[in-house]
Design a protein around this ligand. Structure first.
Ligand code: GLA
Length: 396
């Protein structure tokens, strides 16, 4: 046994001791060599997101954990419009090519994220510069919204170019992301302002035409809010009535350690409603936040704020009591997912180790966050064993 493997098992063992009986602990020790994907093979795929950093730097330590633990991977950023297609005619395929190469080598389900989103999309897509010569022959320029026709043409070209290149390998696509507000209304994004309420139909149509056999899903946060999932179902049904097949809905699942944010009951109601309406459920970006809410300070650095210690309370380590709460929350959401395994195709985490999570930098920069299953030393946390033990534990 390699030193790394032994260290991994010993640390995992210590972390898990408080949560498990001696018997189940022994079983988990055996199964540490088996990743989560293997343990949940009968339930759903288990995925993670790969960052550009991991893909470009070829972080082999992290990639070996990903290869062991997961059987699905999503591009965290590499396929967002600003990353892969920063300017008209300029394409940055290299990180996605690395992603595909890794996915192929490890026989992973690959997920592409995303074509239509209001963020991480170049501003020039939505406006054009008009040059005007006035009566004194001096030249002025001004910005005007791109026409609907031009924006649709850009979306079609983008979608088709990306799918033509990757359709052999990437089967599942988050076609559109975060199109609705929590109350179910259309988000007033540039996409919506220019194209209007058939924007989703176009996005799914272009993707379906370019890749007819793919699994195409709609992705959003707070899907458990009743008005939001009702609206998603209504709008996707309208797309399907126009003859464009939509396979599923991605529930991002960026949730909090607090049992009410959201409640399991709300999550369950949404999963059941989506499934009853014919949509496969994908949990697409799971992470669990233990830090206080800081959205009112969005965009700031924690060190600029007077209550920086309260907003960033665990700079050295996660106290055991909070770690236990995190494990419990992970265990309970996975119990729910297992209960609805007939409706859920995939459960993907939004990253693998705590240090790579977006939660360290958003909504405010400079915090130390603990939302995932592996710590900053790439070791499995108690939460990892809490999840794994749901399937790895022996029957008494
Ligand atoms: C949303 C997006 C992700 C990621 C996260 C955090 O959930 O779908 O791609 O950007 O926000 O930034």
């Amino acid at each position: 046994m390699s030193t790394n493997r032994r260290q991994f098992m010993l640390q995992g063992a210590a972390a898990a001791a408080s949560l498990m009986s001696i018997n189940s602990f022994a079983k988990a020790q055996q199964s540490v060599q088996t990743g989560l994907a293997e343990v949940f093979r009968q339930d759903f795929q288990i995925g993670t997101a790969l960052s550009n950093k991991t893909l470009v730097e070829n972080d082999s330590a992290l990639l070996s954990i990903v290869a062991r633990e997961f059987n699905a991977i999503t591009t965290e950023n590499a396929l967002k419009w600003s990353e892969i297609h920063p300017e008209p005619g300029v394409w940055n395929f290299a990180p996605v090519d690395n992603f595909v190469e890794f996915g192929r080598a490890h026989n992973m389900q690959m997920v592409g994220h995303t074509f239509m989103w209001h963020r991480q999309t170049p501003a020039q897509l939505f406006s054009e510069t008009i040059q005007q010569v006035d009566h004194c022959n001096s030249c002025h320029s001004y910005q005007k919204a791109t026409s609907k026709k031009a924006l649709l043409s850009a979306l079609e070209t983008h979608t088709t170019t990306v799918l033509d290149r990757y359709k052999k390998d990437i089967y599942t696509w988050d076609v559109a992301n975060e199109v609705f507000e929590d109350d179910g209304q259309w988000r007033e994004s540039e996409w919506y302002k220019i194209i209007g309420s058939n924007m989703l139909e176009y996005a799914f149509r272009f993707a379906r035409e370019a890749h007819p056999k793919s699994c195409l899903i709609y992705n959003d946060y707070h899907v458990e809010k009743p008005k939001k999932y009702a609206s998603i179902i209504e709008k996707l049904d309208a797309v399907q009535k126009k003859g464009v097949k939509v396979d599923g809905v991605g529930i991002q699942c960026h949730i909090k350690v607090d049992q009410n944010s959201p409640s399991l009951k709300d999550l369950e109601t949404a999963i059941v409603a989506l499934s009853q309406s014919g949509y496969r459920v994908h949990i697409t970006e799971l992470d669990i936040d233990v830090l206080p809410n800081a959205w009112e300070h969005k965009g700031r650095h924690v060190n600029e704020l007077t209550d920086k210690n309260e907003l960033n309370p665990y700079t050295n380590a996660l106290p055991p009591s909070i770690s236990q709460q995190l494990s419990e929350r992970y265990r309970s959401v996975f119990e729910l997912f297992i209960k609805h395994r007939d409706k859920i195709d995939r459960v993907s985490f939004w990253g693998t180790t705590d240090d790579e999570s977006w939660k360290n930098g958003l909504p405010i920069a400079g915090r130390t966050s603990y939302p995932l299953l592996f710590d900053r030393k790439k070791q499995p946390k108690p939460a990892y064993f809490a999840v794994k033990n749901l399937r790895a534990a022996p029957t008494p």
